[in-house]
Design a protein around this ligand. Structure first.
Ligand SMILES: [Zn+2]
Length: 261
């Protein structure tokens, strides 16, 4: 799904100086979706280190046309290095959409992630392929909001799966449309839709099936869920176009934990 990128950096100055510059550069790349997941790095000599990360496309780390914070951070980093940052890539391109124009023609986006996702929280509505955020018409603040929401969602899922005192509270945040986490995600969807012109849905996770009287209706507007036919967008899911929600039935668990469902 992505490329592994590695760079060996050497520098004449202090470790602290390079650490600060490198951390800012990598953080900017993460927030703009040019890096997926966490970057890792290690010292390989007194004044040398190696950085490794995942990137969505072959040219994701080329910042020549970027006016974002990542370009300024790269300039700052390179001023304390011996030379330019040069990435070596391995892997293969698997995204069907690779340009801003192709992504702008996407029929719909869905804000959706899970604990093990190391790509993008915005996915194509038809294929679920992850959208590199820097290729969408989003400003830096919206890009950052998407990435921060993804991290918060994954933190809640981790707490839920850990099954301790906060299990029910974490599941509530994941599965209720009016939880703070869900409302935050729905607000992001609204901003993404206004910026890109592409319909953007929030994916409301349901592990446990809700009680029968609520099962067939959107939890926000209370209208009946739409169940798309085979071949339609969001096939096999529950959809409310008015509220821009996509959800699922969940499993029929008779022993719901207290406060869940
Ligand atoms: Zn609705």
């Amino acid at each position: 799904m992505s490329f592994l990128a590695a760079a060996e950096l050497t520098f004449p100055g202090s470790r602290t100086e390079i650490e600060d510059s490198l951390a800012s550069y990598l953080a900017s790349l993460q927030k703009s979706g040019r890096i997926w997941g966490e970057a890792v790095w290690t010292w390989t000599a007194e004044r040398a280190l190696t950085v490794v990360c995942l990137v969505p496309l072959q040219d994701s780390l080329e910042l020549r046309s970027s006016r974002g914070a990542e370009a300024a951070d790269l300039e700052r980093l390179e001023s304390v290095l011996d030379g330019a940052v040069q990435w070596r890539l391995s892997g293969e391109a698997s995204l069907a959409r690779r340009t801003t124009l192709e992504w702008s023609r996407c029929a719909a986006f869905c804000l959706r992630t899970d604990l093990f996702d190391q790509t993008s929280p915005l996915v194509a509505g038809d294929s679920r392929e992850p959208a590199p955020l820097y290729l969408l018409s989003l400003d830096e603040n919206d890009q950052e909001e998407c990435v921060f929401w993804m991290r918060a969602y994954q933190a809640h899922e981790r707490i839920w799966l850990d099954s301790r005192d906060l299990e029910s509270a974490a599941y509530f945040q994941l599965s209720h449309a009016d939880s703070e986490l869900s409302r935050r995600g729905q607000a992001i969807c609204g901003r993404v839709e206004r910026s890109t012109g592409v319909r953007t849905y929030y994916f409301l996770y349901r592990y446990y099936m809700v009680e029968p009287r609520l099962r067939d209706r959107c939890p926000v507007c209370k209208q009946l869920w739409v169940r798309p036919s085979a071949g339609e967008l969001f096939e096999k899911y529950l959809v409310c176009d008015d509220c821009r929600l996509v959800s699922e039935e969940g499993v029929d668990a008779s022993n719901l934990p207290e406060g869940a469902g």
